[in-house]
Every structure is written in C-alpha cells, then in structure tokens.
Write a protein that binds this ligand. Structure first.
Ligand SMILES: CSC[C@H]1O[C@H](OP(=O)(O)O)[C@H](O)[C@@H]1O
Length: 353
C-alpha cells in the first residue's frame, strides 16, 4: 500500500505526476521551463491548491537558475516577471500566489545572484516540507473529529496528490489506514473533470482505503441510504469570515449536510486562508472551457456549439461549515477573531516528519 506523491524535486529537477492521465496511466513528467510549469498548472497536470503552490515555487526557482546576470537587482526584476506569469495560471487557489510571494520576498535582501538563487530553492523546499507537516497535523486533528464516524463523504481530490503528501480532506483516511482505523469513504465523481472518480478513488485504492464511487447527483440519496455520518472537503481559498471556495459541487454537499444534520468539515492548511478578503463574494471563481462540460475526453455529449457555464469552484458560506481543520487547530468559522488568532498562533507542535 502506498501514499502517492505528485510533485518531486530531486537533483534540482522538477518532476510531476500528470494527473490528467490517471487512473489509466501513471506518468511522471519532468518540467524544465517556466512555460511548462505554467501549462502543467493550467491544464491540471498538477492540481490541488497546495500542490499548485509547491510546483509553482519549484518552477520559479528552476527558471531563475537560467537568469544569466550578476546584477541582483535585475535578477529580482526578472524573477518578479516570472512570478506574475506563474500566478496568472489559475486564479482561485490562493496557495499559488501565497507560495510565489514567499519566494519573491525571500530574495528581497539577497546580496548576490548566487545567494538569491540558493534562497529560492531553499524557500520552495521549505514550502513543500511545511505542507507535508501541515497535512499530517490536519490528519491528526481530523481523526479526532471523526473518532466516532466511519462513513464519510468527500468531493474532488483533496488528497496526497493535491498536496506535498497525505492531503487535507483525505489525510485522516491515510493516517487512519496506518493505524488500522477503518473508514468507508464515499467519493463523488466530481464532474466535469472527474477528480473524484479518477483521482480520489485511485489514490485511496493505492492506500488500501475502502472507497465507493457515486455520481454527484447521488449525494443526497446516498447520505440517507448509506447513513453517511460526516462530509469532509478541501479548500482553495478561505476568507476572513470562514467562507470557503472549493471544487464545484462542494456547496451542494454543504447544504445537504445542513439538511441532514451531519457535520461538514473543511480541511486546509493556513496557507489557504486569504484574510485580505472579508467574505467569499470576493473570491475569483475560475471559469473553464465549455468543452470540459460538453464532452468527456474526445466524446461529444452535448450538441456542438451548446452554451455552457463552467465554474470550476463554488463558495460555501461559513454558516454551513461545522469546522475548519487546519494544522494549527480546529476553527469554528463566523468569528474573525478566532480565525485570526488561530492563524497567527504558534504552529502546533505537531509530529515532525
Ligand atoms: C487540497 S486540494 C484543494 C482543492 O483543489 C482542487 O481543485 P482542482 O482539482 O481544480 O485543483 C479541489 O478544489 C480541492 O478540494
């Protein structure tokens, strides 16, 4: 049984698991240029808020190695241009902009280009390592919240391949598996790109976790028919009041959880919070190509030229969220003071990796 990894930095090379090809093909692709990293993020070869941030961070450091100047000011200017290009690859997941900003800020005081290049790689590695530790802490806290729960539903893939390792929403299932905790996970297929059917099912099967696939439209019936006890999802951006953007279809599950009276948990590292936004209405929602809805792969399912609305995310209001599970603790939304306190509190002395 294995916990799959999707972003690998080895011998100063960036290699990613091409998630578009899963589950039929497990293919790792080495990315060598800024353009290749930008495209990999835009095309969802690498996807999932934290994984996008990690891949972009390594991509920026990799591209910077090619800037051939001894002028550290000019070097910083070129890195900033590269940074803006990468951040533009996808708008909703705040981890992308957050990770890139960490690297740009890290070299602000660099004295030489050589020092700056080393700092970029170091910061990217830090971001990756912190995310793995954060996901493990999230898994520990989620296991506590799910102590008396067995049947849990999720949507999209907020798993190990969407992060450095372990995942956020799927972290309790991976850690539980390590400790003999049995869960029955119900994975929504997650149209239109099927991250649930293709990625979450594959990832949990790799790890030996009991997973059942349902269509998104089956969620309401399944909660009643199967006695689902909780719903746990990832996040792409969480605002100051706890409103949460996540994969399209998440809001449906939050409303269903409210209607059925079961807990609805959001699992996300603090790097997913954007306190500059007061409420979820300010979160940019990525709209993607019509073909993703009107066809499945090369199979056209709607008449050619059909008008399509294809938002990749929706926003769940904080009052539908039972708790947000972060590596620094469990936050009950709707109270900015609590959220700010948690975010700026000392990191949990979680288990080190
Ligand atoms: C921990 S992954 C967070 C989040 O990212 C996914 O979106 P996408 O597959 O489009 O990158 C999904 O919303 C996950 O819940």
């Amino acid at each position: 049984m294995t916990i799959p990894i999707s972003v690998i930095w080895k011998d100063e090379q960036l290699t990613i698991l091409d998630q578009r090809l899963l589950p039929q093909t497990v293919h790792y692709e080495t990315l060598e240029t800024l353009e290749q990293v930008h495209e990999a993020i835009f095309q969802l070869k690498v996807r999932g808020a934290p994984a996008i941030g990690i891949a972009a961070a390594y991509g920026l450091a990799l591209a910077a190695k090619r800037h051939d100047t001894a002028d550290v000011g000019l070097f910083r200017h070129r890195v900033k241009k590269d940074a803006d290009y990468l951040v533009a690859s996808r708008p909703t997941a705040v981890n992308l902009a957050w990770a890139i900003a960490r690297l740009v800020n890290r070299i602000e005081q660099a004295k030489t280009v050589t020092q700056a290049k080393a700092q970029l790689i170091e910061e990217a590695q830090l971001i990756r390592d912190e995310d793995e530790a954060a996901c493990r802490n999230i898994g520990e806290l989620a296991l506590e919240l799910l102590a008396d729960k067995e049947k849990v539903m999720t949507i999209c893939n907020a798993g190990s391949i969407a992060t450095a390792k372990y995942g956020t929403a799927l972290a309790p299932f991976h850690l539980g598996q390590e400790r003999g905790r049995e869960f029955e996970v119900y994975a929504c297929e997650t149209r239109p790109l099927f991250q649930g059917a293709r990625l979450t099912v594959w990832e949990l099967q790799q790890a030996g976790v009991d997973v059942t696939l349902i269509t998104d439209s089956m969620a309401a019936h399944t909660i009643g028919a199967k006695g689902i006890e909780a719903i746990i999802v990832g996040a792409d951006r969480i605002t100051a009041n706890g409103d949460t953007a996540n994969k399209i279809g998440t809001l449906n599950l939050a409303i269903l959880a409210h209607a059925y009276g079961i807990p609805f948990y959001v699992a996300a590292p603090v790097s997913t919070f954007d306190l500059s936004l007061e409420t979820g209405s300010a979160i940019p929602i990525e709209e993607r190509a019509a073909e993703e809805v009107a066809a499945i792969g090369t199979q056209q399912i709607a008449p050619a030229g059909t008008k399509v609305f294809n938002p990749a995310f929706d926003v769940t209001p904080a009052n539908y969220i039972t708790a947000i599970i972060t590596e620094r603790g469990v936050i009950r939304p709707n109270d900015r003071q609590i959220i700010e306190a948690q975010l700026y509190a000392e990191p949990l002395k979680g288990e080190t990796i």
